[in-house]
Design a protein around this ligand. Structure first.
Ligand code: MN
Length: 245
């Protein structure tokens, strides 16, 4: 098995190092990741400047771009073959519900999916890297358990509770939950007295009921949500088509 690994926290992040180490014994791995933290980059591609690919001492490739750039340049330039699997992460913190739209972790996997490759995004349920090696071992278990039967292509969003490995047995198939609208920006002053704004926290959970990713992780289970990319609103489309008829 040949696996392409990326993330959005950057090639130096503990999460991608743990994931690469965990997967190396079961696959030929190549890491192509952003040179810095690009969390929240979503599916953006850099179209206004060239990208460069450099190689770190540990063999990881790093790119002055977004997670999507990294997978894009890996699949079309760095690798001379199509990998069997693209994995992203392990992210520092959760990517559940509406977070998936903003997530660079999910975006890196989405880029693999758009190139027709089974792709999995891994995130930890809480910030701080606690039990990251346990999460990585658990991620390897999931890859080994499901690799053969993965739909081709597929896009899975996996969130792993921050727990010791022995407590990472339960896995739930979930749908995305929903959040309330985001908290407002945080206003501050720059040193010259001008207003500046920091993007604030995401909204609280709105739909975190049974069956959602939020519910699974809150109950100590690893959440797997199979994603699709078609944003068409089917019922509004029929209504619109009728209105135009
Ligand atoms: Mn991140």
């Amino acid at each position: 098995m040949r696996i392409l690994i990326s993330n959005d926290d950057g090639y130096l992040a503990p999460g991608i190092n743990a994931l690469a180490e965990a997967l190396a014994p079961i696959a030929e791995i190549v890491v192509v990741a952003p040179d810095s933290n690009r969390s929240g980059a979503s599916n953006s591609l850099s179209l206004d400047r060239p990208l460069s690919v450099q190689r770190a001492a540990n063999g990881f490739y790093f790119v002055n771009g977004t997670p999507s750039d990294c997978v894009h340049v890996a699949l079309t330039a760095v690798l001379d073959y199509k990998p069997d699997l693209v994995v992203s992460g392990i992210n520092n913190g959760p990517n559940m519900g509406d977070d998936t739209l903003y997530s660079g972790t999910v975006a890196a996997a989405t880029e693999g999916f758009l190139f027709g490759i089974p792709s999995i995004a891994f995130s930890q349920g809480a910030y701080g890297w606690e039990h990251i090696e346990d999460a990585a071992r658990h991620a390897r278990d999931l890859v080994q358990r499901f690799y053969e039967e993965l739909p081709r292509p597929c896009l899975w969003n996996v969130n792993i509770p921050n727990r010791p490995y022995e407590q990472l047995k339960a896995v739930a198939a979930t749908r995305l939950g929903r959040r309330h609208q985001s908290e407002p920006v945080i206003r501050a002053k720059d040193p010259r007295g001008r207003d500046i704004y920091w993007i604030g926290p995401p909204g609280a959970c709105k739909d975190a009921g049974e069956g959602t990713d939020f519910h699974a992780v809150a109950n100590g289970k690893t959440s797997i949500t199979p994603l699709q990319i078609d944003l068409t609103h089917t019922s509004q489309l029929s209504a619109l088509a009728k209105a135009l008829a």
